[in-house]
Design a protein around this ligand. Structure first.
Ligand code: GLV
Ligand code: GLV
Length: 324
């Protein structure tokens, strides 16, 4: 049997490549950077399937350029880079990589929470600079974590994993969602509240919603103004859920105490002024970057793509209606 022609838009962990290799003729982006738009469109032309990344925009123009594509597997759980409606219209299946990165992402949200509240990065910088004058009663005072109130925005898998970890710190957990989720409440002992109440009562607000038209700039200047001035904001979801310029202004104006961010509105750029603030901790969209999580994503993406190429329903299909 002839092998399927596929494009892998950037090298992924070996476990995924190895699954694809026996049945696929693989064109792999040779560069350690995202493909440019012209590279992506010309390489996808004539391919049967594509394993793509969150940095690849998959839209009508892409589908026009790649008319033979029978499926796309996104190497990410978030899929705001995919035009699902357009793919569905063309009856092209799409998939993502849920579950395998839930723990790693929640762990990273906690790493950011601890780092910003306890001023770990600022303190590290002082130690390295050789300017620490010795112990002092008023140095690097940060936020209390144990016993504080954690507000979870988005009660999906990652929000639940974030909340579950707070049990070790005796925290009160609030959450907000489009709909009340009783399973989530039972699982993590969380109380359902409206967005404004969550903002007003939480000492830590952690964002776990997907990027959708309705969540873009959910956090604007007005929202930051509703938070406690002593509160911290953690975002491991998608950058555009926050208005980043408004966040910088809110931090400068003292509306909130600090922020821990793994994602940005216009990656890899950051809003001017963000990196100058000492009360933010910034990581480069690495929440899923653990050995097991990235391996799991590679295996999932490859498994989904192979199913699509075989004409079977992919395990993590995002538009299963096309099979109906
Ligand atoms: C990473 O941001 C992902 O969505 O997997
Ligand atoms: C993402 O996978 C979520 O459900 O939080």
């Amino acid at each position: 049997m002839a092998k399927w022609k596929i494009l892998v838009t950037r090298r992924i962990p070996e476990e995924g490549m190895a699954l694809l290799a026996p049945d696929c003729d693989i064109e792999l982006n040779p560069h350690d950077r995202p493909m440019t738009r012209p590279e992506l469109l010309s390489s996808a032309a004539g391919k049967d399937g594509v394993l793509c990344l969150l940095t690849d925009k998959i839209d009508a123009e892409f589908f026009d350029a790649a008319p033979k594509v029978r499926g796309l597997a996104n190497y990410a759980v978030g899929f705001d880079n995919l035009d699902v409606a357009e793919a569905t219209k063309r009856r092209i299946p799409l998939s993502n990589t849920p579950d395998v990165l839930t723990n790693a992402t929640a762990d990273m949200a906690w790493a950011l929470l601890f780092a910003v509240a306890r001023r770990v990065v600022e303190s590290d910088t002082v130690m390295r600079s050789g300017t620490w004058p010795g112990w002092g009663p008023l140095q690097f005072i940060g936020g209390d974590i144990t016993g504080a109130t954690l507000g979870i925005v988005g009660a999906g898998r990652i929000g639940a994993a974030m909340a579950a970890r707070s049990k070790g710190f005796g925290m009160t957990v609030l959450y907000t969602e489009a709909r009340r989720n009783e399973a989530f409440e039972k699982e993590v002992g969380a109380r359902f509240v409206g967005f404004d109440e969550l903002l007003g009562q939480s000492d830590y607000v952690s964002v776990h919603v997907p990027l959708l038209p309705g969540t873009r700039h959910l956090f604007n200047y007005e929202a930051f103004g509703k938070m406690k001035r002593t509160a911290y904001l953690i975002n491991t979801a998608r950058g555009p859920v926050l208005d980043e310029a408004a966040l910088v202004k809110a931090l400068k104006d003292g509306l909130i105490a600090g922020a821990g961010l793994d994602v940005y509105e216009r990656e890899p750029a950051m809003t001017e002024g963000l990196a100058d603030l000492s009360n933010v901790v910034l990581t480069p969209h690495t929440a899923s970057a653990t050995v097991a999580s990235r391996r799991g994503m590679a295996v999932k993406a490859a498994t989904n793509l192979l199913a699509m190429l075989r004409g079977e329903k992919a395990p993590d299909c995002l538009n299963p209606g096309i099979y109906g």
